[in-house]
Design a protein around this ligand. Structure first.
Ligand SMILES: Cc1cc2nc3c(=O)[nH]c(=O)nc-3n(C[C@H](O)[C@H](O)[C@H](O)COP(=O)(O)OP(=O)(O)OC[C@H]3O[C@@H](n4cnc5c(N)ncnc54)[C@H](O)[C@@H]3O)c2cc1C
Length: 498
């Protein structure tokens, strides 16, 4: 049976991984970007939510899959060597009104079976979080919250799925679902027709358009809701031990301050509803960033100076009507599924969504699922020299001197690591790009954000792939532009259209 998954975000790759556990399924993931995980899955708060903020009366499936997902990630991060930590979170309140609102989540925790959630005050609060603002009167503590490297999670799952036989087609955009006689036949893409018996629509913010092209859920619309972030340098001293956040509002789970798995203070997100058409608007705004500083000051006893901000970024929540995830298998057309409008806590729930969707496929289309004997649950992450003791570095360099040639000084990334990233990208069928390298081995993720290392990494990429330097891509766009492009190509016509 041929199954096509549209979208290589966290939801699509998780579904592909779970499908790869079974015999007789020929699974292809199609992704319009050059790499996996470049939609909402790379630009979010990176939290594995406990599930105590979900109201099971309003969103029963979302609540259930969030709690299950939190449990499943504990296994997945080990199997797949994904950077993650489990520090727990504190929903900080500063007034009796906020305390009343925050206490609701202790009740929701009980309804959802989330263990350990309780209110903490005074000394216990300050012991749990020395960086908390002295004005905080208490907090709801949820010990099962975690934080993960979101982009590495998508990459790791994609690598494991491909290792287990899944095909990944990047730079392949689904244009239309082809249906004949009420039955799905495949997907028309910019690179031709891809045959399928079953199509799973996991196209994130564009999933409504894909669904309409199959003639399904024509009233269903996904709206972009923007979330902006501030990210501080690794060397900024403010590093909360727990995940801190303000009390949620109807729009958002509140503003968070947390130390990422890469050691940076992350503050965000805002929540701004954008017009329906603004599905690519990931700009940051002065207003949004000021609001973040204000909200983070309520959480923390101090904020690092502005000069320590190394990057601002924004992600778009794929907001479905009434916040309801649309996870449904259709019999008209036979073979089409929507896994659409997966807004927060979609990252947390992704492994559980994947298991749920695979069962849904089996039940709806009457497929007997048989576990493969040879399925490999494991994937090992890239070798890194940063953080490894001097003796170990010495022995790595003796085996391969390229580990001694450091290209990115902020994150201490060597030439050998960049070359490994290139090989990993090629293995899963992804075009090597500078962003692809950054998300795999962190070259360009540090203080200077690539000002120093980018051209060095580009030169290695060019050598390793045979792509001319001016054509090496950052993300979708080539690195070189304007005069640089002309200079590197030595051909004035290269400036056409620039
Ligand atoms: C600001 C913000 C904060 C969040 N914080 C958290 C959090 O802390 N914890 C949590 O659990 N969740 C969080 N979320 C939610 C979480 O990020 C999403 O639920 C999750 O990433 C959705 O994954 P996805 O795979 O459905 O979508 P995406 O990651 O957007 O993936 C969809 C993919 O489909 C591709 N695609 C689209 N159209 C086509 C097409 N026609 N053909 C081929 N490919 C196509 C896209 O390029 C993309 O790669 C947050 C989201 C945002 C935006």
């Amino acid at each position: 049976m041929k199954i096509v998954v549209i979208g290589a975000g966290i939801v699509g790759v998780s579904i592909a991984r779970v499908l790869s556990m079974y015999d007789g399924l020929d699974v292809t993931v199609i992704e319009k970007q050059a790499d996996v995980g470049w939609g909402a899955s790379k630009a979010n708060t990176s939290i594995i939510h406990p599930g105590h903020e979900e109201n099971p009366r309003e969103h029963p499936l979302r609540s259930k899959l969030c709690v299950e997902g939190n449990r499943m990630w504990r296994t997945w991060v080990k199997e797949l060597d994904i950077p993650a930590r489990w520090p727990g979170e504190l929903m900080v309140f500063t007034s009796s009104e906020e305390e009343r609102e925050a206490r609701r989540y202790v009740e929701l925790a009980k309804l959802n079976g989330v263990t350990g959630v309780r209110v903490v005050y005074d000394r216990e609060l300050r012991n749990l979080e020395p960086w908390v603002n002295p004005a905080a009167t208490g907090a709801v503590y949820a010990p099962t919250a975690g934080t993960i490297s979101p982009f590495e999670a998508v990459i790791a799952i994609a690598e494991n799925a491909v290792e287990n036989g899944v095909k990944l087609l990047t730079e392949t955009e689904a244009r239309r679902i082809i249906v004949k006689g009420g039955v799905v036949e495949g997907v028309e893409t910019n690179r031709g027709f891809v045959e399928a018996d079953v199509v799973v629509n996991a196209a994130g913010i564009h999933a409504d358009e894909v669904s309409h092209s199959a003639g399904v859920e024509e009233e269903f619309r996904i709206r972009p809701r923007k979330g902006e972030y501030l990210i501080y340098d690794e060397d900024a001293s403010v590093k909360p031990a727990r995940i801190l956040h303000t009390v949620p509002t109807p729009l958002t789970k509140g503003v968070y301050a947390l130390t990422t798995v890469h050691g940076n203070l992350l503050v965000g997100p805002t929540a701004e509803d954008l017009p329906y058409e603004a599905k690519e608007d990931v700009s940051t705004t002065d207003k949004g960033l000021k609001l973040l500083s204000r909200e983070a000051s309520k959480l923390l006893k101090e904020l690092p100076p502005k000069s320590k901000v190394v990057r601002t970024f924004a992600g778009l929540r794929p907001e479905p009507p009434k916040g309801q995830w649309l996870i449904r298998a259709y019999t008209d057309p036979w073979g089409f599924l929507n896994v659409a409008g997966i807004r927060s806590p979609g990252f947390t729930a992704a492994p559980a969504i994947a298991s749920y969707v695979v069962q849904l496929i089996a039940e709806t289309y009457d497929i007997q699922l048989r576990r493969r004997e040879k399925w490999n649950p494991y994937r090992v992450g890239p070798t890194r020299v940063n953080g490894v003791g001097l003796d170990a570095v010495d022995s790595i360099i003796r085996k391969n001197p390229d580990y001694g040639e450091i290209l990115c000084y902020c994150r201490m990334v060597s030439k050998a690591e960049v070359l490994e990233a290139v090989e990993r990208m090629k293995t899963i069928g992804v075009k090597p790009t500078l962003d692809g390298v950054k998300f795999r081995v962190y070259a360009g993720l540090g203080k200077c954000q690539g000002s120093f290392c980018r051209w060095r990494v580009a030169a290695v990429l060019s050598q390793a792939t045979g792509v001319p330097l001016y054509k090496v891509a950052v993300g979708a766009e080539p690195y070189a532009f304007g005069d640089v492009k002309v200079l590197l190509k030595g051909d004035p016509s290269a400036s056409e259209g620039v």
